[in-house]
Design a protein around this ligand. Structure first.
Ligand SMILES: [Zn+2]
Length: 424
């Protein structure tokens, strides 16, 4: 393990440059690193010998050199995936193979059968409604992860880190969930209260680190990396440096990449979009205030207005809607699309005008519904009076959708393990 980590740390810049520039030549690399061709050639040969790069003549990262596990705890579902050194999920064939042969992730598998979700390259199950059940179900997952680690040689895996991401404000240094509006029972809980000490001790003994963050930051990391995938139809936006990723789960949060660095703010609490007060949709045929107060204390915050004016649901009921449910609802109630676009558009314009963004990526449960929203959303964007700023920004939809937090936190756990900044 120590040799693996020191190799990854030593060659971090080279690996990242290859990730951001798929198909880059040795010449171009030498130029970018300002070294001679023989020096670069020597470095590359050493990486090939160490197994970090493949022996191919084109420059390819050895995807199986190391692996990271990502677990996202959302208000409705918990998802788990394993990623490789290209920061892609391991193939569905390998993932299914190890899941079925080792007979692991049983809670998730029975949930997926019930919900008719095919076992592909990730597993998911319903988030429990109280702390005790969350602790015990996550403990089952940790037990399964230990089984994977103990047998990983059979599947050509080399797990170096595990990331967990939660809905809410998370202190990633102190490893503590500070406040979760959507899962109130995990507020003010350190990771050591969510994952039991015997499991933490096991991972420590194997030098596998446990990293935590929140869903929006994790999404931003995954979405930015996904732009560099040449097979992705959003590849043409890979040179955008000032990006906000707007994530819709049970509430709305945002992750930010500013000047090609993940922006965390003073305490990692950025992007609480859902609890910013926004003007009420003007053509609403009621002036009544929404009945409930949001857990943030506001009565006009974005989350509450979307729940009450668009979906007419309580927080608990809204959190149960999945991507398909939201799309079906908006298909059945087309008049609600404009109200939703008005609220999302208001917050989008606010972000654009403050930050002079060049890209906004919508992800999470938005994925399908966006196809109904582009027209009114761009109508909102066009209504932005500061056109010289709004003209610079493009709005796109994610290719990753609901798995982006789990992929992103797996990537973040990698950088935490090798103690390098997340930048592009
Ligand atoms: Zn609120």
């Amino acid at each position: 393990m120590e040799n693996t980590i020191s190799q990854l740390k030593q060659n971090n810049r080279l690996l990242n440059t290859i990730r951001y520039n798929p198909g880059i030549s040795k010449n171009a690399l030498a130029e970018q690193f300002e070294v001679s061709w023989p020096t670069m050639s020597n470095t590359i040969d050493n990486c090939k010998k160490a197994g970090i790069l493949t022996m191919d003549s084109s420059l390819q990262i050895n995807a199986d050199y190391a692996h990271m596990i990502g677990i996202s705890v959302g208000s409705a579902q918990i998802k788990l995936c394993i990623i490789n050194m290209n920061f892609h999920k391991i193939s569905s064939q390998i993932f299914q193979n190890l899941t079925l042969k080792m007979d692991i992730f049983k809670i998730a598998r029975s949930y997926m059968v019930k919900e008719k979700i095919p076992l592909d390259d990730f597993v998911c199950f319903a988030t429990p409604g109280n702390l005790f059940d969350l602790q015990s179900q996550l403990d089952c997952i940790m037990e399964d992860i230990i089984t994977v680690i103990e047998n990983q040689h059979l599947y050509n895996l080399n797990i170096i880190s595990i990331g967990l991401t939660f809905t809410g404000a998370v202190d990633n240094i102190a490893k503590k969930i500070i406040k979760s509006h959507n899962l109130e029972f995990i507020s003010d809980k350190p990771l050591s209260n969510i994952i039991f000490p015997n499991r933490i001790n096991y991972f420590e003994s194997k030098k596998i680190n446990l990293y935590i963050d929140n869903n929006s930051n994790s999404s931003a990391v995954a979405e930015k990396y996904d732009l560099y995938n040449p097979l992705n139809n959003n590849y043409k936006y890979h040179d955008k440096k000032n990006i906000v990723v707007i994530y819709l789960g049970a509430g709305i949060g945002a992750g930010m990449v500013l000047n090609n660095k993940l922006y965390r703010g003073a305490s990692n609490y950025i992007g609480e979009l859902g609890h910013i007060e926004v003007p009420r949709y003007p053509k609403l045929n009621t002036t009544n205030k929404p009945e409930e107060y949001c857990s943030c204390g506001n009565q006009n915050c974005l989350d509450l207005l979307i729940r009450s004016d668009v979906f007419e649901k309580t927080k608990a009921d809204f959190s149960l809607l999945n991507t398909e449910d939201i799309d079906t609802f908006l298909k059945d109630y087309p008049e609600k699309v404009e109200i939703l676009a008005y609220y999302i558009g208001s917050i989008t314009n606010l972000l654009i005008n403050i930050l002079n963004l060049d890209l906004i990526i919508f992800t999470g449960k938005f994925k399908l519904a966006l196809n109904r929203m582009w027209l009114p959303l761009y109508h909102q964007l066009n209504a932005n009076k500061l056109t010289y700023i709004s003209n610079e920004c493009t709005l796109i939809s994610s290719n990753l959708g609901v798995t982006s937090p789990s992929i992103g936190v797996a990537i973040s756990s990698y950088f935490d393990k090798i103690q390098e900044e997340i930048e592009w």
